[in-house]
Design a protein around this ligand. Structure first.
Ligand code: GLA
Length: 381
């Protein structure tokens, strides 16, 4: 009798323990909440995920283009502000031609005339930027619905998006499977981890195209914000913003951001590279590339105190100063995004690498793994 009594107590206790741990994992999954982000005019449904952390800061991402939709972080007085340009719903993103927040690929940035040769065979990619190929083509990764998995075992909010790009898509060879994981920890650190494979030789160079304005106010320009880029060199461009293949020192040029400098300080200088880019729209050659994650850039907005550090294991960083924003693109709350009201810092391989043998290779072969880690760390000063 006594024995049975103890067995009953033991079973009851175990049951309570199981219930508690179930409840625990349920609470953990509350780190990520999801909702409909609307349905596109072609009928595709899009889901929006919100990543929460202990400081009440949030990141939103969605399944269309694995897009980074919003980042709400505090200013020095603790007021949350959205530091990303974007749209209110999925259809806004479907109509967007400025790549606000998208994962772009297969090749982020430009490939001259959309041509490259791999293992002796020439490939022709979609032409969608004058005579060149940009950001993976007209129907690149940014136009696709990615599958999403919430990483319930992660100690902080984390979602993985996957897209399988079929052989021949936008002219690229090989079937490519790409995973991009967004993780948002309690220190307001957003980590993007990319992992890709292919079933035939190809090229792969995806990047994240977030438009940042640390002021939280998209009506103010980024020209008084302070930028540092950890790079002694950049890759000059010619017509159509195609890299020339040279690697030039930034010393004594408007491209020297080795110490924090106001973005607007030299942006209107009489400089051929700035004219060709219509401002800054260039790739910097990050110092000390060794495939480890290193500090690539910092941005500081003095009035709000918001400070962002960008770390990456990539060899290059495209700094784009929002030169094509001209008030025609309407975003969140119907706001017209004006000239230079945001900046992009795109961690990547150098533009047109497949045609520049002196640039680090972007070739991916079966059995190899593409990987990238890029971190956006937010704080205040
Ligand atoms: C990239 C390019 C820019 C521009 C934007 C999108 O950053 O380098 O030239 O095309 O994307 O408008």
């Amino acid at each position: 009798m006594n024995k049975l009594y103890f067995i009953a107590i033991f079973l009851a206790a175990s049951f309570i323990t199981v219930c508690q741990s179930k409840e625990g994992s349920k609470m953990d999954s509350k780190l990520v909440t999801s909702q409909s982000f609307g349905t596109l005019s072609d009928g595709r449904a899009v889901t929006l995920f919100t990543l929460h952390n202990k400081s009440n800061a949030t990141v939103k991402v969605c399944t269309l283009g694995a897009d980074l939709v919003s980042i709400k972080v505090p200013d020095r007085d603790g007021n949350l502000g959205d530091v990303l340009l974007g749209h209110d719903d999925a259809q806004g993103y479907a109509n967007d031609n400025s790549y606000l927040g998208f994962i772009v690929g297969r090749y982020g940035n430009r490939i001259a005339k959309g041509k490259f040769v791999l293992d002796g065979k020439e490939y022709q990619l979609d032409i969608n930027d004058g005579v060149n190929h940009l950001h993976g083509g007209k129907d690149g990764f940014h136009r696709k619905i990615w599958t999403a998995t919430v990483n319930a075992d992660s100690p902080y909010a984390s979602v993985t998006f996957r897209y399988v790009s079929p052989d021949g898509e936008e002219g690229y060879p090989g079937t490519v499977t790409l995973d991009v994981t967004y993780s948002w920890n309690d220190n307001n650190q957003l980590t993007l981890k990319y992992s890709g494979t292919t079933d035939a030789p190809t090229i792969l160079n995806p990047t994240s195209h977030g438009y940042f304005n640390l002021s939280g106010n998209p009506d103010s320009t980024i020209l008084n914000q302070l930028l540092m880029i950890n790079a002694d060199h950049f890759t000059p461009i010619g017509l159509g913003l195609i890299t020339t293949g040279e690697i030039q020192s930034v010393e004594g040029t408007p491209f020297d951001f080795t110490t924090p400098k106001k973005i607007g300080e030299k942006i209107n200088d009489d400089n051929e590279q700035l004219q060709l880019g219509k401002g800054y729209d260039h790739n910097w050659v990050l110092d000390g590339y060794d495939k480890s994650v290193r500090l690539a850039a910092t941005v500081f907005d003095p009035p709000s105190g918001r400070y962002m550090e960008v770390l990456t294991d990539q060899p290059g960083l495209q700094f784009y100063s929002g030169n094509f924003l001209n008030g025609t693109l309407r975003g969140k709350g119907g706001k017209a995004y004006q000239y230079r009201t945001a900046l992009c810092l795109e961690a990547q391989h150098f533009p047109d690498s497949p045609n520049k043998p002196n640039f680090p290779s972007v070739t991916l072969r079966p059995g190899e793994k593409y990987s990238q880690t890029t971190i956006y760390q937010f704080s205040t000063k």
